[in-house]
Design a protein around this ligand. Structure first.
Ligand code: 2HA
Ligand code: ZN
Length: 271
């Protein structure tokens, strides 16, 4: 059996969490990540019959039964993951009845998965219905996205249109737009249900005054979506105090979408 600390998926997770910490988005224990691993890739490093302990889930995850995830631990700091992956991360398999997780590796100090597990798991269920190749959910406290939710309408069309106008890349990266939830209590199943409802139509969901969820087939896609939204939000925060002399028009957004072969969310452009 190979050493799990050499597994590409583990190294990739450590690297992206460290990177997000250095972006300044994941203060203290802010943020969490979950990533569906392929059974055959995990089997190179772990005996899949060796269950360290069983962790109960707070909702019925039977739609994910048998799936294996690497998940950040509750209360853990992204800053510490690189130096101590086995304490700060865990690899879990969803049990057949969807009510328990088999811990296969990690959470070495007796830890558990992130408090936002309901939002992550429910999001995985929504995204898998859209795309069987979906694998990654990242939640982070992207600074300018949070700032924008104080000063901009939270209406999804308006929020998305402003982001699209902030830099040319946005339409190409997230033509499907951004879902937005109002402030809600986090860490429970209600916000998980609300997030997953949005995730039926969006790959990105903003939690007002809290942060953002991004999803994708791999870490690059999920992170790439988030950093593009964050960049646009940063530009918005920089320019919103000043008289705008020119922007990207709806006609130009349409030209851009056509040139890159993407379809803007229906009804979001006034052309
Ligand atoms: O646990 O980001 O939303 C850290 C969080 C909660
Ligand atoms: Zn959070």
């Amino acid at each position: 059996m190979k050493d799990i600390l050499t597994a590409p998926f583990l190294k990739e997770v450590c690297k992206i969490l460290d990177n997000m910490y250095r972006m300044g988005w994941d203060e203290r224990n802010g943020g969490n990540l979950s990533y569906i691993l392929k059974e055959e890739e995990v089997a190179e490093y772990l005996d899949l019959n060796q269950v360290i302990r069983v962790i109960p889930t707070i909702f019925d995850a039977s739609a994910l039964a048998g799936k294996i995830f690497i998940v950040t631990g509750t209360g853990k700091y992204f800053r510490n993951v690189m130096d101590a992956p086995a304490t700060n991360l865990g690899i879990v398999r969803v049990g057949k009845d969807g009510k328990n997780l088999d811990l296969l590796w990690g959470y070495d100090d007796g830890g558990r998965p992130t408090s936002e597990l309901p939002a992550h798991f429910r999001t995985h269920i929504s995204r898998l219905e859209n795309d069987p190749e979906h694998r990654v959910v990242i939640h982070t406290h992207a600074t300018n996205v949070i700032a924008m939710t104080f000063v901009h309408s939270l209406e999804e069309r308006a929020f998305t249109r402003t982001l699209w106008q902030m830099c040319t890349e946005c339409m190409v990266v997230f033509p499907d737009g951004v879902g937005v939830l109002p402030w809600m209590l986090c860490g429970n199943d209600e916000i998980g249900i609300a997030t997953a409802e949005k995730m039926k139509e969006f790959r990105l969901v903003v939690w007002a005054q809290h942060g953002i969820f991004g999803t994708g087939r791999d870490i690059d896609e999920a992170f790439g979506l988030i950093e593009t939204v964050e960049k646009a939000a940063e530009i918005y925060i920089k320019v919103m105090h000043m008289p705008i002399l020119q922007s990207i028009t709806d006609e130009e957004l349409k030209i851009l979408a056509d040139a890159f072969g993407v379809t803007p969310r229906a009804g979001y452009l006034n052309v």
